[in-house]
Design a protein around this ligand. Structure first.
Ligand code: VGL
Ligand code: ZN
Length: 205
């Protein structure tokens, strides 16, 4: 059963940002190369959330997994994932039903061949070297104190974005009705939520 989702406009004001994680065809379309089961079903939930944020004057930011054609993130180049979200391809594009606010920033991660699980940082899978994306600066410049995280996938990019958000000093809310898990191992999604709660993120349906 899907959880009931109530877009709550009271959650949003100018110190809150809604971060929409990787609502891209390869994850959200059943024919996508790294389809996350139920991914398409969060789009309408997220659209309602975007509208609530917009109406309250909260910033909306979209992230995109944005890989080069060849990267050690992909199994064929030594990593673990099927080829997905290659820059400029259909799979990397936003799901066609997702509401895109024209003025909203888009943060692309992984474009230099790094793993980009978190919207806040990227990491070279070979050297382990990590570096920030523009997301934290962008939020701080606007006085954002809390991020509401929605999107795909619970056990990778949603989890790492939420954990990084906490580490960087933001209050973090994860909306559990607006996320779905890859679940490479059964229970990965549940364990991700436990890790987020343990780190201090708020879990809200
Ligand atoms: C993701 C696996 C590989 C995600 C990205 O967006 O959660 N998962 N790359
Ligand atoms: Zn990826």
């Amino acid at each position: 059963m899907a959880e009931r989702h109530v877009p709550d406009q009271r959650r949003y004001d100018s110190r809150v940002a809604l971060v929409v994680v990787d609502l891209q065809n390869d994850f959200a379309d059943p024919t996508g190369s790294l389809y996350v089961r139920g991914g398409e079903s969060v789009v309408s939930v997220i659209n309602a959330e975007i509208e609530a944020a917009r109406a309250a004057g909260a910033l909306v930011v979209y992230t995109q997994d944005w890989h080069p054609a060849s990267t050690p993130h992909f199994a064929r180049d030594g990593g673990i994932w099927p080829v997905h979200c290659v820059q400029g391809t259909w799979g990397a594009g936003f799901h066609p039903d997702l509401v895109l606010l024209p003025e909203a920033p888009v943060v692309r991660k992984g474009s230099g061949g790094e793993d980009g699980y978190s919207g806040f940082s990227v990491r070279d899978p070979r050297s382990g070297e990590a570096g920030p994306t523009e997301l934290a600066d962008l939020l701080r410049a606007r006085g954002v104190e809390r991020v509401v995280v929605v999107g795909l996938a619970t056990d990778y990019c949603v989890k790492e974005t939420g954990l990084d958000g906490v580490r960087l000093g933001f209050a973090v809310t994860v909306r559990t009705s607006a996320i779905r898990a890859v679940d490479l191992q059964p229970g990965d999604g549940e364990r991700a939520l436990e890790a987020l709660a343990e780190a201090g993120a708020e879990l809200a349906a």
